[in-house]
Design a protein around this ligand. Structure first.
Ligand code: C2G
Length: 133
């Protein structure tokens, strides 16, 4: 068996079309897509707030997608190389908001940055929903 595993990472909070398109496009780079869903604690550390949906809920949503084969909890940005090796990934796909930031794992796999879907973001959606009163 010579399956090409793709790995990607994200919070996927308040799941939207930008998320689904990124996952579908990531899956096209191989035969199997594994997704690291970032932990609540990692988000608090990274963004200074807890996600709207818990890590268990976000993992449940992401794992229900047809293009996703497996999910796991991403507990640290620094553990990327370990996760890649653990899952046998041949390619890491990230949105281009992270362009260049994970080139340090290119010794263990190919690293590809894909353009984000314009005009949709979790932060924008939270602001929009809040403004509805
Ligand atoms: N995304 C996209 N278009 C958007 C919004 C998001 O393509 N309009 C992509 C991002 O580029 C990312 C994925 O959807 O590849 C998940 O986005 P986030 O939930 O914002 O992920 P982030 O918090 O940046 O977590 O190890 C890194 C992190 O876990 C990444």
């Amino acid at each position: 068996m010579n399956e090409r595993t793709v790995i990607t990472f994200g919070t996927f909070d308040v799941f939207h079309v930008g998320h689904v398109r990124m996952l579908q496009r990531a899956a096209e780079h191989g035969d199997r897509l594994v997704v690291g869903v970032s932990a609540d604690a990692l988000n608090i550390q990274k963004k200074g707030r807890a996600p709207v949906f818990s890590e268990d809920e976000r993992m449940e949503i992401v794992s229900s997608l047809k293009c996703v084969d497996d999910v796991f909890l991403e507990e640290s940005l620094e553990k990327k190389r370990d996760y890649i090796l653990e899952h046998g990934a041949k390619v890491l796909v990230m949105g281009d908001d992270w362009a260049g930031r994970f080139d340090w794992v290119s010794d263990v796999c190919e690293v590809i940055y894909l353009a984000r879907t314009p005009s949709v973001s979790t932060t924008g959606l939270i602001e929009h929903i809040s403004s509805l009163g």
